[in-house]
Design a binder for this molecule. Structure first.
Ligand code: ADP
Ligand code: MG
Length: 703
């Protein structure tokens, strides 16, 4: 009855340690780079860890012709060893190589002299490859990447793929294990329509993967190639099939009508310190209409940061409670879950609703009590992180699940949610404005409500870009803002994607500002124990601390209306969407707000463009479209920079035509072969397993 993973895929789902040369130490580094909470790095993760660029190692004719300032490869004779003078122990060890056109000084710090004498014996010819530079008018190369005996010239690939790396894995090792993974990829049944393959000149999956890991030229490693498009199309087809299956399931699964009398909603509305905007009213009405129908609701509430989505969620949950049914509100972070619970509790209270908080941190008797309350129906609303849903908490009668800030969750989890509950209405709230090109694909299966206006009385935010060199002036301005009664967020960036360095930077800034402003300054970062995080957030929320130095943990959803100044340090390191999210933390109260983007110059073109857009616009929609445009053109494209958190290979901005084709193909296929039983259907199953569309697999198993 169950379609199990086809055994042809077994080699790909083996742990990375199955590859030759991957021992426990390397495996650990790979886990950090490619694994996640649920699994260690596997062969398949390496298969899809595509090169982000390539190094050209084609040899130059002579030293004179070798390019300066780039990676150069040439052949030369070793003529001299120049050890560091005994008086200068830290000076580098130098080796001179030359041909008839010139010489190059190879420079080695902390040299292993015995090793150098072995690899570069005087008189021998060697192929040398590495970054060639001019130093005082002389050619030099610090630590060549490659030193080869000419006999082994054939082993040096002329174009070498470059991969995303992490501590403990060098470029060469990564290239070797990625090639090993590609080697291990078996021939798979063809899941694509043969006519389509021919039309696009697509080679089989295995060949495409092989080509991607063995680029023949620079373009093949980074840009548009038929091989990458083929894999992108496979991925798009897998995700579109999953969507088609979910859609079909949703049509099958009847929902339940949840109809209330409006009494609780009325009570909450009266208790609100503001009047609802028209957009909020309309969204609440849409949601209520959906809930009243016997079909299941699957609605997306889209509204820029600060547009007031939370109260819409509360009204929806109140409507469920009017029908004596329960709701759950899921937040992407612990901090946000707590904040929601704190904000909503007084309002819920006034309406006589019982609201509880449940996250991984609620333990012991408190937790048991909440679980009991949920099981016996005493609790109307539970707020938590999404772990809550996964831990199999039992409800008395769950009517509605609200998912906040879902861009952190990813489409995949949303689908999981949709496939999970029996007739549970689902409301997804997102602040990420989704450009038109993507909207259909991401949310093709959902109805949409949009909050287009911000609550009245918001003042525009003044955004300025300031060089970090003017740090002292910025601190002065912060001081004046504090004197005027404002509260300030000070955000420190991710340092090279490393948690520890990241935290160190925030810690350091915290201490520096504390030295000036004393105990008005608080600190918040991801590595603090949960309780300390709460305390730091609460102190800032109460106004006890006036400056909150933090890492990007405050990016999503945090709401302290009195905070009207935001300083973002190293703004050039952030993406546009992230800057917009961060800035959305201010401009929430009645005071005029200021956002200072501190950058370290010189700025690259893309970074400069980002900061300019931030200064010019507060419109999340425009920012999102610019973001897509910049990412498409500007950056070296990594495998995980695709527009959807669900896609590793496909890039919607350039694969738009494939996306449309995949959608049509998927719909037709599921219509004709709903259980994937035809020969092509069987191959499609392999595709779904390969791209781990668990939702689709689960639906197929359920029959
Ligand atoms: P987001 O859409 O980013 O989740 P929130 O729901 O956190 O926004 O709301 C942002 C702030 O705006 C909150 O302080 C909230 O109380 C306030 N707010 C929401 N709706 C209104 C309204 N209609 N008028 C005034 N303030 C509002
Ligand atoms: Mg929010």
């Amino acid at each position: 009855m169950k379609p199990l993973r086809p055994s042809v895929l077994d080699p790909l789902f083996a742990p990375a340690t199955a590859l030759s040369g991957v021992g426990p130490k390397l495996a650990k580094a790979l886990d950090r780079l490619l694994g996640d909470e649920t699994h260690a790095a596997r062969v398949t993760d390496l298969l899809f860890h595509l090169p982000t660029g390539a190094i050209d190692r084609r040899p130059s004719e002579s030293i004179a012709e070798a390019p300066i300032g780039e990676v150069a490869t040439f052949s030369a004779q070793v003529t001299e060893h120049r050890p560091a003078p005994p008086t200068k122990a830290k000076a580098p060890y130098r080796v001179i190589v030359e041909d008839e056109t010139g010489d190059v000084t190879l420079v080695f710090f902390h040299a292993d002299v015995r090793h150098l004498l072995q690899t570069l014996p005087i008189g021998a010819y060697r192929i040398i490859s590495g970054k060639l530079e001019l130093w005082d008018g002389m050619r030099q190369m610090v630590h060549p990447d490659r030193i080869l005996d000419p006999k082994l010239a054939a082993t040096l690939p002329s174009v070498e793929p470059v991969y995303g790396l992490t501590e403990g894995i060098g470029g060469r090792v990564m290239a070797r294990i990625a090639a090993g993974a590609a080697e291990r990829c078996p021939e798979l049944p063809e899941w694509q329509d043969p006519a389509f393959l021919t039309r696009h000149d697509f080679v089989p999956f295995r060949d495409a993967i092989h080509a991607l890991h063995h680029p023949v030229d620079l373009k093949a490693a980074t840009g548009e190639t038929v091989a990458r498009r083929r894999i992108a199309f496979d991925e798009l087809l897998a995700s579109q099939i999953a969507l088609a299956l979910v859609r079909r399931q949703q049509k099958k699964a009847a929902g339940r009508a949840t109809a209330g009398d409006g009494a609780l909603r009325h009570a909450i509305e009266t208790a609100l310190p503001f009047t609802l905007t028209d957009g909020q009213r309309k969204a609440i009405a849409d949601i209520h209409d959906d809930m009243e129908k016997p079909e299941r609701m699957l609605r997306l509430l889209q509204g820029d940061v600060g547009s007031g989505k939370t109260v819409v969620a509360l009204m929806a949950m109140a409507a469920a409670a009017e029908a004596r049914r329960q709701s759950v509100l899921m937040a992407p972070t612990e901090i946000l879950a707590r904040q929601h619970a704190e904000r909503l509790a007084p309002l819920a209270d006034k309406a006589g609703l019982k609201l509880a908080l449940l996250t991984g941190r609620e333990k012991g008797a408190g937790r048991r009590q909440v679980l009991e309350g949920l099981a016996n129906g005493e609790i109307d609303i539970v707020v938590g992180t999404h772990a809550l849903f996964q831990e199999g908490v039992a409800f008395h009668d769950l009517a509605l699940a609200v998912v906040d800030e879902q861009h952190r969750f990813g489409v995949h989890q949303r689908l999981l949610l949709g496939a999970k509950g029996e007739a549970v209405d689902i409301l997804v709230m997102t602040a990420t404005p989704i450009p038109r090109t993507l909207a259909l694909t991401w949310f093709g299966d959902m109805d949409v409500s949009i909050l287009s206006e911000k609550p009245a009385g918001r003042k525009p935010i003044t955004t300025r870009a300031i060089s970090l060199e003017r740090y002292d002036e910025v601190v002065g301005a912060v001081g004046r803002a504090l004197d005027a009664g404002a509260q300030v967020y000070w955000v420190c960036p991710l340092v090279q994607e490393s948690d520890t360095l990241d935290v160190a930077a925030a810690q350091e800034r915290f201490e520096a500002l504390q030295a000036i402003f004393g105990d008005k300054v608080g600190l918040l970062h991801g590595q603090m124990p949960g309780r300390d995080k709460d305390a730091a957030m609460a102190a800032f929320s109460r106004g006890q601390t006036r400056v909150l130095v933090s890492t990007t943990v405050i990016e999503v959803g945090v709401d302290v209306p009195n905070a009207s100044v935001m300083v973002i340090e190293h703004a050039e390191r952030f993406g546009l969407a992230q800057l917009h999210q961060l800035r959305g933390r201010i401009g929430r109260g009645s005071a005029a707000s200021t956002c200072l983007l501190l950058y370290k110059g010189p700025l690259g073109q893309v970074a400069e463009a980002r900061l300019t857009i931030m200064r010019e616009s507060e419109d999340g929609f425009r920012i999102a479209e610019e973001d897509l445009r910049l990412r498409g053109e500007g950056e070296v494209l990594g495998t995980r920079q695709s527009g959807s958190p669900d896609w590793r290979i496909a890039r919607p901005e350039i694969d738009g035509d494939l996306l449309a084709a995949a959608r049509d193909d998927a719909r037709l296929l599921i219509e004709r072969d709903p259980q994937l039983e035809t020969p092509r259907g069987q191959a499609i199953r392999t595709l779904l397993y390969l791209f781990e569309r668990d939702v689709a697999i689960r639906l197929l198993r359920a029959g």
